[in-house]
Design a protein around this ligand. Structure first.
Ligand code: UN1
Length: 496
């Protein structure tokens, strides 16, 4: 299922056959390849090489570094269809979303190329005569990227394109569930390196490994920045370990994203927004809509419309004309079923959420998306289950809706559908949504790369991708320059 794709993308056959670690596709659960997991010594060797690469890359002018990223974007454009299909086969997301993921990579490359001529610092007024101050941004070192299965390519690209223009080297440990997409990304990056010429060896390397390999990255003081995407549980381990050696983290962890649906809302728009956000990627985006906080006066109508839309959604092979592919694996299915049964225990009324296509695919886990009407924001609702479950909560007044939006441990994405400007503005105000993303009349998922991406509380506080996220990938330096013939001290101190 993947051999032709991988070869077409430039991956050598040896890299995906003969290894000891099997790779399965969630489409039918069959084994499609095998890879070799790298041990600790191999990872340590890659860190050495990356460090050497950094020492020369940091002195390459930033616009020239941008040229490498520009070429990589071109290579991605040429390979969009094939890489998109591979993403679809390996993660189970539908082909359209696989293409979207590659487009997201292309977009961030374009963004980073522009950025390579705009790593702007500041000039600062000095309090001393004959002095001036400035703030400059310098390359940081090796950036360790740990990524999750659900965005097996784009999240790496967000980090790598920025890290490279900022003058850093990159070491990438993808999820063990998606090593093939990673091999393909690496092969495409190597094509770009050949066209670019003259980049140091080991500038951006891939580590196919398990938890141990990740731990080597997390603990090595030569890696000043770890950018980790995954569960809150993973972040709770990684964050303190990196902090213990005074490294820094960009954490992009769990979300529990809500939509407030107000009585004035354009319901046609809202139902479409709910469908894409709650059901897209089979509920396996960190931005997936998980909670619908709907005004009691329109709740029954909305639930009926969403149920009708859910009933029509096509479930099946993600490469064909379907809207929902399989869950990533059996464990994901079990955790979904566990959450649904807990929801029932907590007073929820469950619609959907059954296993589908079991006869055709006994080893794959297709499900119908679930809508669960809950009496309140109970424990199961406050927990992120990485599956297509939409909890519905009713509200009576707007303050209560805002409170519900914020009263969960996570703080990634949120949105409101309303035509009332007061509600919309309040939602995005200091006392509104407490999330990193707060949208109006748009769902919670599917953010553009131009904005900073990430969230608060248990989401980890990191920001990746657009806006000034690049600053996290650089070392900030404050410079004071004396061009006078005196040596005045700051704060007026006399020291004679
Ligand atoms: C993720 O699920 O980890 O906003 C990233 C979105 C995508 C990125 C999701 N652009 O849904």
């Amino acid at each position: 299922m993947v051999d032709g794709l991988l070869k077409g993308l430039g991956v050598s056959e040896a890299a995906f056959t003969n290894g000891g670690y099997p790779v399965h596709t969630p489409i039918d659960g069959s084994q499609v390849a095998s890879v070799t997991l790298e041990d600790k010594a191999a990872v340590a060797g890659k860190i050495d090489l990356a460090h050497q690469a950094f020492l020369s890359w940091r002195d390459v002018p930033a616009p020239r570094r941008g040229e490498l990223v520009r070429v990589f974007g071109e290579v991605l454009r040429k390979n969009k269809e094939q890489l998109g299909e591979l993403v679809s086969v390996e993660t189970g997301k539908i082909f359209q979303e696989g293409l979207g993921e590659v487009q997201e990579m292309i977009d961030i490359c374009d963004f980073a190329v522009g950025l390579s001529r705009q790593l702007y610092g500041l000039t600062i007024a000095s309090e001393r005569p004959g002095h001036h101050m400035r703030e400059t941004w310098q390359p940081l070192g090796i950036v360790g990227v740990i990524s999750a299965f659900n965005f097996p390519a784009a999240v790496w690209a967000w980090n790598t394109s920025l890290a490279l223009v900022c003058g850093n080297a990159v070491l990438w440990k993808p999820s063990e569930k998606t090593p093939l997409t990673a091999l393909a990304c690496q092969a495409l990056f190597e094509q770009a390196l050949k066209i670019f010429g003259q980049a140091p060896e080991g500038l951006s390397q891939l580590i196919i490994g398990d938890r141990e390999a990740g731990e080597v990255l997390v603990d090595d003081p030569r890696i000043p920045l770890i950018s980790a995407t995954g569960s809150t549980r993973m972040g709770k381990e990684v964050g303190p370990r990196v902090a213990a050696r005074f490294g820094r983290c960009i954490l992009e962890l769990g979300g529990n994203n809500a939509m407030i649906l107000a009585p004035s809302a354009d319901l046609d728009l809202a139902v479409r927004g709910i469908l894409f956000s709650a059901v897209g990627t089979a509920g396996q985006r960190c931005t997936t809509l998980r909670r619908l906080i709907v005004h009691r006066s329109i709740k029954d109508e909305v639930v009926a419309r969403v149920k009708a839309a859910y009933a029509k959604v096509r479930i099946g092979d993600p490469r064909k004309d379907n809207l929902i592919g399989p869950l990533i694996d059996k464990q994901a299915f079990q955790s979904m079923q566990g959450a649904l049964s807990q929801a029932r225990d907590e007073g929820g009324q469950v619609f959907g959420g059954e296993r589908k296509l079991q006869d055709q695919y006994p080893n794959a886990y297709y499900v119908s998306p679930a809508i669960v009407e809950m009496p309140g924001q109970s424990a199961v609702v406050r927990h992120e289950t990485f599956a297509p479950i939409l909890y519905v909560l009713a509200y009576d007044d707007f303050e209560e809706a805002l409170r519900l939006n914020n009263e969960v441990p996570q703080g990634l994405s949120s949105c409101i559908f309303t035509l009332d400007v007061r509600e919309a503005e309040r939602f995005q105000s200091a006392s509104g949504s407490d999330c990193g993303i707060a949208n109006v009349n748009i769902g919670t998922s599917g953010a553009e790369i131009g904005g900073a991406f990430g969230g608060e509380k248990e989401t980890g506080g990191g920001r990746e991708s657009g806006s000034d996220s690049w600053k996290a990938y650089m070392r900030r330096q404050t410079n004071t320059i004396n061009y006078s013939r005196e040596l005045p001290l700051a704060q007026g101190i006399v020291f004679d």
